[in-house]
Design a protein around this ligand. Structure first.
Ligand code: GAL
Length: 386
């Protein structure tokens, strides 16, 4: 791959953590890859199959190399990478800046160059790099730069996915570390409260995301319905409604987050597939210019809390993607005054609106558009100037 393409747009894929945590093996990973091809995810642009934490033995070998757990991965990582590549997909793995990963497996601290070489030899295409067990005397900035340098010199194009949960002012230094995406939030859980909390924490971060270094709001919980094997993610929470999953996906698309599916795609229901494979939403997320989405507060402002807002993302062809989000617990009319997107009545211009969930034209409007949006729901339109 041309290095200039790596990380140009938010990466799309699947990650084992949200649903399976420690309970992973090569059969599962192969089936995830098979599903990507068979169920249309690959055709829609999803590309990376990522193994998260818990893939290795608890000790390195006598040469200091990481060792894939032979019970979980009896054929080894090279064979698994080859299988994933044979499907036209890419293979992601996980390590950590510290001495150990969050689940207590060996981390890459002071093994950065050795580990990068091993990952390259296995055929890895993405490294997710976590933040647990970081020695206190060394800055995260230095450690992400050190692994980035190792990856850039390992002889293979490996997309670098930093994961320090938005801590230590990461917004100020991550772009120059060479990371292509970086976690800007704490861990997601399979609950509406978590989706809402992560979203509200990111509304002022539009200027910190863009091509080659995307602000990562964490993996998707769409379609999990409480089906994780870990209480950290949500097996005791019960999941979300379909409308909430739709709103979650819309927010992540509008805000330019990488989209890493976290549910068991092998058994996804039709609603989940319709959400994850929504081509109009994916086109907004994958827009060539990767601009951040800015927030507009609806009028009249006294009527709304921070839970009700619009997001606007300027697209490469000049269209505007506009999201009307109602995170509150009651139905709301959300009024967009076109002066807020630079089109007062006096401009003589109108907006032709297309509904990205219903996949149909809504109509042509002047000065104002004010849909009524149900609680926890949203409307996403693509607006063309006419
Ligand atoms: C967390 C990380 C999660 C997952 C987990 C694995 O720190 O944010 O996405 O990777 O570690 O232990």
């Amino acid at each position: 791959m041309n290095i200039q393409q790596l990380g140009l747009k938010p990466p799309l894929g699947w990650n084992s953590w949200n649903t399976f945590t420690w309970d992973i093996n090569e059969q599962l990973i192969r089936e995830a890859a098979d599903t990507f091809v068979a169920e249309g995810y690959k055709d829609a642009g999803y590309e990376y199959i990522v193994i998260d934490d818990c893939w290795s033995l608890k000790e390195r070998d006598t040469e200091g190399n990481l060792v894939a757990d032979p019970e979980k991965f009896p054929s080894g990582m090279k064979a698994l990478a080859d299988y994933i590549h044979s499907k036209g997909l890419k293979f992601g793995m996980y390590s950590c800046v510290g001495t150990h990963t969050c689940a207590g497996y060996p981390g890459s601290f002071e093994h950065e160059f050795q580990d990068a070489a091993l990952l390259a030899a296995w055929g890895v295409d993405l490294l997710k790099y976590d933040y647990c067990f970081k020695p206190r005397h060394i800055s995260g900035e230095l450690l992400y730069k050190r692994m980035s340098l190792a990856l850039k010199n390992c002889g293979r194009d490996i997309l670098f996915s930093a994961c320090n949960w938005g801590e230590d002012n990461v917004y100020h230094w991550i772009r120059e570390s060479g990371a292509h995406m970086y976690r800007s939030t704490e861990d997601i859980q399979d609950s509406w409260e978590s989706i809402k909390k992560l979203t509200l924490s990111q509304l002022d971060k539009a200027s910190t995301t863009g091509s080659y270094c995307h602000n990562d709001m964490d993996m998707l919980v769409v379609g999990m319905y409480g089906g994780s094997n870990s209480s950290f993610i949500g097996n005791q929470i019960g999941g979300c409604s379909d409308a909430e999953y739709k709103t979650h996906f819309s927010l992540w698309c509008m805000m330019g987050s990488p989209l890493m599916i976290g549910s068991d795609i092998r058994s996804a229901n039709q609603v989940t597939k319709d959400i994850l494979l929504n081509k109009d939403l994916l086109a907004i997320n994958q827009d060539a210019e990767s601009r951040g989405a800015y927030r507009i507060k609806p009028e009249p402002q006294w009527f709304h809390t921070d839970d009700v807002f619009m997001l606007v993302k300027v697209l490469a062809d000049g269209d505007l993607a506009i999201g009307f989000f109602n995170l509150s617990d009651g139905q709301r009319e959300i009024s967009l005054q076109f002066w807020d997107v630079g089109l007062p009545y006096a401009s003589g211009k109108s907006l032709s609106l297309y509904d990205c969930w219903e996949h149909k034209e809504i109509g042509v409007f002047k000065e104002r558009y004010a849909p009524v949006v149900a609680a926890h729901d949203c409307l996403i339109v693509r607006a063309k100037l006419v």
